[in-house]
Design a protein around this ligand. Structure first.
Ligand code: 3HC
Length: 293
């Protein structure tokens, strides 16, 4: 049976989770955000504050609207606070075992009608769904970075997802002002399935010193009209996340286009994670544009 989604729980307040909390609250939903530690919650709150302050400075939000957003959002470390949510979305790091354990826990905490959703970009939604006793009420709900800006949301159905659940989640995405697309459960879904072979190839090209990072990025911006070059996109996504996505896609597809370029693993190990760590292919000021060093 179809239901209106008005309260949403978000577990994980990293780059994506915090962005998603903002999107939900801006659309008027009540949001409960949870992360594992007070520090992680504080970082999540700071991300939302920074993003909404930027929107206010650009005249996209009034100060009152910014305040209203925070009034609709409750952030904390207690997972049971999502108990009354109509839908709970997890946005924790891409580790299957962790996500399965979280889904099993949410399955116990939440009422039987609550929809459980994952923002995974490459793990199997089906494998996550079977960690619960409600696999027909589990979907993928995959946002793009930066979540407040990118219009696409991929809604992933498994072979057992109830059509009503799918329809409710598509309706939610539309209410958020997004353009939802529906896809089956395959690593990378539609957009990452196409995008990451290209990003990986760009990292290889840079690794082979075929061209500079600036020229690789400039070629795609000025030759193909893309808003950002591929190495800047990798820094935006996060090198650790990009590596995990490629690994998962390669494991499933065995397509060598998805075999992660060695430089990505080296950068991940060395902590060059892109924007979030201040250095990736480029070096960043706090949250600003690349500083060329
Ligand atoms: N958070 C919130 N808002 C942001 C933001 C951020 N991190 N970065 C930019 N914005 C907002 C700005 O406030 C501005 O809003 P406004 O139009 O309402 O005033 C708008 O975005 C445009 O920003 P700018 O004018 O500063 O800069 P650009 O015009 O260069 O746009 C961009 C920035 C939207 C990031 C654009 O460069 C872009 O679309 N880049 C490509 C991003 C991309 O490819 N994302 C997909 C990554 S893959 C992925 O996410 C999948 C996942 O599974 C890993």
């Amino acid at each position: 049976m179809s239901r209106d989604i008005s309260t949403v729980g978000v577990v994980g307040l990293g780059t994506m989770g915090a962005g998603i909390v903002e999107v939900l609250a801006r659309a008027g939903l009540t949001v409960v955000g949870v992360d594992v530690s007070a520090e992680a919650v504080a970082r999540g709150r700071a991300r939302i504050a920074e993003s909404t302050t930027r929107a206010a400075a650009r005249g996209k939000l009034t100060e009152e609207q910014q305040r209203d957003i925070f009034e609709r959002v409750t952030l904390g470390t207690d997972l049971t606070s999502v108990v009354s949510a109509d839908l709970v979305l997890e946005a924790i790091p891409e580790q299957l075992a962790h996500k399965q354990a979280l889904f099993a826990e949410l399955d116990k905490i939440c009422g039987p009608d609550t929809i459980l959703a994952t923002n995974t970009s490459s793990l199997s939604v089906t494998e996550l769904s079977v960690a619960t006793t409600r696999s027909s009420r589990v979907v993928g709900l995959h946002f793009f970075n930066p979540a407040p800006v990118m219009k696409l949301v991929e809604v992933i159905r498994t072979v057992v997802t109830e059509p009503d659940v799918l329809a409710d989640v598509v309706a939610l995405a539309e209410r958020l002002g997004k353009s939802p697309v529906v896809a089956g459960d395959r690593a990378g879904f539609i957009a990452n399935g196409l995008l990451f072979a290209y990003l990986n190839h760009a990292a290889s090209m840079y690794e082979q010193k075929y061209a500079t990072r600036e020229d690789i990025d400039a070629a795609m911006r000025f030759g193909c009209g893309l808003p950002m070059g591929p190495l800047a996109v990798l820094d935006l996504v996060g090198i650790d996340t990009a590596y995990e996505i490629l690994e998962q896609m390669y494991r499933q597809s065995r397509d060598r286009l998805h075999a992660p370029a060695p430089i990505l693993k080296q950068m991940r190990t060395a902590g060059l994670l892109g924007r979030k760590s201040g250095r990736g292919f480029y070096t960043y000021e706090q949250a600003g544009s690349p500083v060329v060093v």
